[in-house]
Design a protein around this ligand. Structure first.
Ligand SMILES: [Zn+2]
Length: 453
């Protein structure tokens, strides 16, 4: 039994799939005009965990993630660079897919592109016009009349009464909290890419793509729609308005929203210029898995703060975990499992199935590591089992082969220490670190560890 906090009903709900043992998930994907930042990364990791939890519960998961390759910001950026939007998307779509792999995220089953779904988009807009929800303006733009959709605002809680009649939004970059008719199809402007439509040359508005792609790949009603909190309004509200008006049925049975990420206690914003792009993590000497570990330490729905200090401590915890794994892996003792291991598995499942309480499950993992009643063999097995959800690549952790060169240096250092030559010993320690290894002095012995970065 999986419980999820559904942001539409504002309650924790027991998940019931449309088809037994299966779940269809739709998540809003990136606009491919630049590298992803840490806010994106958190959102991708959050919903990867969601997916892994369903897989862990033996569900068959179908996940659709759209790629927005036509958008105001795509056009602006392409113009700045003097290239086509196709060239721009050709640069940043592969980068996004690479970022997904670097964060050890399970790939979506399909990454539909907007530009490959224009006929389907036109089709849905035609239905919306026919049903009286869409209207055409002189410039060939088509708008959605929000006053026609009586349930408008049900997700975000925004009141329709506050709508100013005749207010329209034409840009893809929207102002928060203002209810207005939104654009489904944008009439063509000089210098912009276009497709032919019954309303003349133009291109789709931003919101329509998700309604179309969810329907095309998952059906008129889908199990679960997820996205970051800042997409709730107007984007998701508009998706509901489009889909439910066009299809005449409920759009998504469950809605999940991920909390936003602050940077050093400040809201991420263009004006502050405090966006950190994913690749900067590696450049500063941290691993992408450490970033993933950091995200696991807070609940997906809560607002979280990123600081370099918190990443440093996540990297240390991860390194410790890897060291433990190496230790446990070399354990030769073949003790059979006791009741306590089942208890751990039970607790783990209980936590993750309770609205994805991964921070609690991660804390349980450390309790397990410290538990003297569980054999090392069993610990190792359980950790690999839990890692199906965490995705920290624990299976890949190899026993360390210490090169001869390092062994020699360690011997020299031990000799110098015996002679009380601390300065010399310290120089060798630094030399060893340069070569990617670390020495720890435990009970008179030198323990050699590999530096994990
Ligand atoms: Zn969307």
């Amino acid at each position: 039994m999986i419980k999820l906090y559904d942001t539409l009903t504002r309650k924790k709900q027991i998940f019931k799939p449309l088809k037994k043992g299966k779940i269809g998930i739709y998540t809003c994907g990136p606009t491919v005009y630049g590298p992803s930042h840490l806010g994106h990364a958190r959102s991708y990791v959050n919903f990867d965990i969601l997916k892994r939890i369903f897989l862990y519960n033996d569900y068959k998961v179908k996940h659709i993630l759209n790629i927005t390759d036509i958008h105001d910001s795509m056009i602006k950026k392409a113009n700045e660079l003097g290239i086509t939007i196709k060239q721009l998307a050709g640069k940043y779509t592969p980068l996004f897919l690479k970022e997904v792999e670097e964060l050890n995220i399970i790939h979506a089953d399909k990454y539909p592109r907007v530009t490959e779904n224009i006929p389907e988009i036109i089709e849905m807009i035609k239905i919306l016009i026919k049903k009286g929800y869409g209207y055409v303006e002189e410039d060939g733009s088509v708008y959605y009349d929000v006053s026609k959709f009586k349930k408008y605002g049900k997700l975000s809680g925004i009141k329709l009464e506050e709508a100013k009649t005749g207010t329209r939004v034409n840009t893809d970059e929207y102002k928060k909290e203002s209810v207005a008719d939104f654009v489904l199809w944008k009439g063509w402007k000089e210098g912009e890419p276009f497709w032919n439509s019954p309303w003349g040359k133009g291109r789709p508005g931003w919101h329509i793509e998700c309604s179309v792609m969810a329907k095309k790949y998952l059906g008129e009603t889908i199990d679960l729609h997820a996205g970051a909190m800042d997409l709730k309004f107007p984007h998701h509200e508009n998706e509901i308005a489009q889909s439910e008006a066009a299809n005449g049925v409920k759009f998504a049975n469950y809605w999940l929203h991920g909390g936003l990420l602050d940077i050093e206690n400040k809201k991420m914003s263009k004006s502050l210029g405090n966006y950190i792009e994913i690749h900067e993590i590696k450049e500063k000497g941290y691993s992408f898995t450490a970033l993933r570990y950091l995200f696991l330490t807070s609940h997906y729905s809560s607002k979280t703060n990123f600081s370099w200090k918190s990443l440093e401590s996540a990297q240390n915890s991860l390194n410790n975990l890897y060291d433990k794994i190496r230790e446990l892996k070399t354990e030769k003792n073949k003790k059979t499992k006791n009741k306590k291991t089942d208890k751990y598995k039970e607790m783990f499942l209980k936590y993750i199935n309770d609205d994805l309480n991964v921070p609690r499950a991660l804390a349980l993992t450390w309790d397990l590591i410290k538990d003297k009643d569980v054999s090392n063999k069993d610990k190792y097995k359980l950790l690999l089992n839990f890692d199906q959800v965490f995705g920290l690549n624990l299976k890949e952790i190899k026993e360390i082969k210490i090169p001869q060169e390092i062994k020699e240096l360690v011997k020299q250092r031990e000799q110098l220490r015996k002679e009380n030559n601390w300065k010399g010993a310290d120089l060798i320690r630094k030399e060893i670190e340069k070569l990617g290894f670390q020495i720890e002095d435990v009970e008179g012995k030198s323990l050699i560890k590999k530096l994990n970065r």
